[in-house]
Design a protein around this ligand. Structure first.
Ligand SMILES: NC(=O)c1ccc[n+]([C@@H]2O[C@H](COP(=O)([O-])OP(=O)(O)OC[C@H]3O[C@@H](n4cnc5c(N)ncnc54)[C@H](O)[C@@H]3O)[C@@H](O)[C@H]2O)c1
Length: 313
């Protein structure tokens, strides 16, 4: 994609990008750095399932970026580690302005075969991790806003799997759906400080896309098409949300797939019925489902089936 905006509009800003050394996180790290931000690359270098940490992964990225970069290689899904990452940004770069919660792991399995330890690990990394980082970062973002520093930005990387659901992804989808609730509340809690908080559901070719096991023809087409989409497009949207132009955008759920940017709806009532005070509730609800709700029920299509169109790149 031709990018006309190479101005260093993030000069003097400091960012933490969790999972910032690979895939989408790496593209975000590079883009924010290119725009002038200092970046803490918070990546423990784990496998897709969250195993075998390797500090060299983030250290290499940080070394390549040079002066305005620092590697943080502890597991970020831990309250003390999250505080340490925030402290690193503040001591090394003089503050913290941008938080991108991007680190995530996958441990799939049908609900009827699920392993509780896998649920715990996925919820800890993909939902508690962002909470710990925000619990550590938001007091500083608030204080800095009071002191007159340009207001902060929070971006939570969610997934369309959390909005539509996908086979075998109970823990992953639950964590990602939870991230939407976290995004809304943080947007509200931080509004007075002028700090924005948004969620992005990305689509991009990463090592994770390569491991998709299609469950049907539509999912197979999704995979084939997703493998064509560079993660740099996600980085462009993240960078935009960090820019002064996006000061008023908060609490939103966006999607990005190549050059397509989606504004997602957020669940709101779309129809209503009132149960009778007397008489048959069953008859009343049956009628409502047949008449008012019919045609508005949400089908069981997975995100991979819905987004299997040719990407615009
Ligand atoms: N690739 C896609 O199309 C796609 C689709 C939907 C959502 N997402 C989301 O985008 C984000 C990035 O995905 P990706 O495909 O680039 O994944 P990836 O596996 O390529 O990168 C994730 C990075 O996070 C790091 N990480 C994981 N757990 C960590 C922890 N506890 N502490 C520190 N670092 C940790 C890993 O080491 C890795 O470098 C994730 O939140 C993912 O759920 C991606």
């Amino acid at each position: 994609m031709a990018n006309n905006n190479n101005e260093k509009i993030l000069d003097g800003r400091a960012a933490i990008v969790t999972g910032g050394a690979r895939g989408i996180g790496l593209a975000v790290t590079r883009r924010l750095h290119e725009m002038g931000a200092a970046v803490v690359v918070a990546d423990s270098g784990v496998s897709i399932a969250g195993e075998n940490p390797d500090a060299a992964v983030a250290e290499k990225v940080s070394a390549e970026l040079g002066a305005r970069a620092a590697a943080f290689t502890d597991d970020i899904a831990d309250a003390a580690a999250a505080r340490a990452a925030v402290e690193l940004a503040i001591t090394k770069f003089g503050g913290l302005d941008i938080v991108v919660n991007n680190a995530a792991i996958l441990r799939d399995g049908f609900i009827f075969k699920s392993v509780p330890a896998n649920w715990d690990a996925v919820i800890r990394t993909n939902l508690s991790g962002p909470f710990y980082v925000l619990a550590a970062a938001t007091p500083h973002l608030r204080e800095q806003a009071k002191a007159g520093r340009a207001s902060g930005r929070i971006i939570n990387i969610t997934s369309s799997a959390g909005l539509y659901g996908n086979f075998g992804q109970s823990a992953y989808a639950s964590a990602k759906a939870g991230l939407l609730g976290l995004t809304r509340v943080v947007a509200m809690d931080m509004a007075r400080s002028g700090v924005t908080c948004n969620a992005i559901a990305p689509f991009a070719a990463t090592r994770v896309t390569e491991t998709i096991q299609p469950a049907n023809e539509a999912q197979a087409r999704y995979k084939e098409r997703a493998l064509k989409i560079a993660p740099t497009f996600v980085a462009e949207l993240v960078a935009y949300l960090c820019s002064p132009a996006a000061q008023r955008i908060s609490g939103q759920l966006l999607g990005v797939r190549g050059r397509e940017v989606f504004l997602f709806s957020q669940p709101r009532p779309i129809e209503k019925t009132v149960m009778p005070a007397e008489g048959s509730v069953e008859a009343s609800l049956t009628q409502a489902f047949k008449e008012r709700f019919a045609g508005k029920l949400i089908d069981l299509a997975t995100d991979l089936e819905v987004f299997n169109t040719e990407p615009v790149i």
